[in-house]
Design a protein around this ligand. Structure first.
Ligand code: PHE
Length: 336
């Protein structure tokens, strides 16, 4: 093909392409044109192929023409595409009348986990009583988890809490009491602290899990007595269960780090009692161990299981769903 012929066919191709683009009335039609005009088999591509083997002079002339035509067609194509898209969008809006009889599709929202909710609720009650929140490590030295709490290595109380040992001296904390020790060592009394967190015990059935949550409270000040402890727990329990006439009883018990120690049970309408927490006056060896003079200061401590209290409040008997991460269960719980 001569240069003139090539130029002529390029011109006529551009003309017909231009007309087809202008006549197109849908994006689908335009997409087809895109292949015909710019695709591998189009006259534009053919011309470019011929150019490869042509003389430098011819290549220059035709190359420039080719680019000019191509750019013109590309501009026209993208402008037309934009216009037709807009038109189609408007028509679809007009035709697409919403069907208001359809039930709305509500996106499924997450819900706060009951354990978190209980921790927040309890923390807020104690915050109003002036308690400060503290956090401690979950991997703990056994000296802090046990020894500092008056549980030496030979002590039978170590077997009360089935422990996960990471090595001879390191455990997964079996209770949040480690935070009490750490805070007592770091800060001077008076102290009024609350420490929520995860604890671990090698135990698993419908009412025991190897990981669960505890909240522990500690008050150290001058002239703190057992009656302060009773008042604090009574106030807390009636606020938590939303029942100012809540009946409860305090039973003597044993914990190595408190003396005297007690357990608190709450009463149900049928007259039965259920244990909700452990407590007591901080043992003088624990005070001494953390550098607090037991002649000057006394204190009380209490510890409760978060899942246990949640189960009581919501009347749930199985502990396992707490750890299943089942969105339906979590949401249904929130509707209680
Ligand atoms: N740390 C005890 C436990 O986990 C609970 C407790 C805390 C008891 C403070 C008395 C005082 O079993």
């Amino acid at each position: 093909m001569s240069t003139e012929q090539l130029l002529l066919s390029l011109k006529s191709f551009t003309k017909t392409s231009e007309i087809s683009i202008r006549q197109a009335s849908s994006t689908r039609e335009l997409e087809e044109l895109r292949h015909q005009i710019f695709g591998k088999q189009s006259a534009l591509t053919d011309a470019a192929k011929v150019l490869k083997n042509a003389d430098t002079e011819i290549r220059k002339i035709i190359g420039q023409e080719l680019n000019k035509h191509k750019r013109m067609l590309e501009d026209l194509f993208s402008q037309t595409l934009r216009e037709i898209r807009d038109q189609e969008f408007h028509t679809s809006l007009l035709n697409d009348q919403p069907d208001i009889s359809l039930s709305p599709q509500i996106p499924s929202l997450g819900a706060i986990h009951p354990t978190t909710e209980t921790i927040q609720r309890i923390s807020s009650i104690f915050a109003h009583m002036g308690f400060q929140l503290f956090d401690g490590p979950e991997v703990e030295k056994s000296i802090i988890n046990f020894d500092a709490l008056n549980i030496p290595p030979f002590h039978p109380a170590r077997s009360m809490q089935d422990t996960f040992y990471l090595n001879e001296n390191t455990v997964l904390r079996t209770h949040t009491s480690n935070t009490q020790i750490r805070t007592m060592r770091e800060k001077k009394p008076p102290l009024k602290i609350l420490s929520p967190g995860r604890v671990f015990r090698s135990d698993s059935d419908a009412t025991h899990a190897p990981m669960f949550h505890q909240i522990e409270g500690l008050v150290i000040d001058k002239r703190i007595s057992f009656s302060h402890l009773i008042w604090t727990l009574k106030t807390f329990l009636s606020l938590f269960f939303n029942n100012s006439a809540l009946r409860f009883r305090i039973r003597p018990s044993y914990f190595p780090f408190t003396q005297p120690s007690a357990e608190v049970d709450i009463a149900f309408e049928d007259g039965s009692f259920l244990e909700v927490l452990g407590c007591g006056m901080v043992h003088r060896s624990v005070l001494q161990e953390t550098g607090i003079d037991p002649h000057l200061y006394q204190g009380f401590a209490f510890g409760l299981g978060v899942e246990r209290l949640t189960m009581l409040k919501a009347n749930i008997t199985d502990l396992r769903p707490f750890f299943d991460a089942n969105q339906n269960w979590i949401s249904s719980f929130n509707q209680l």
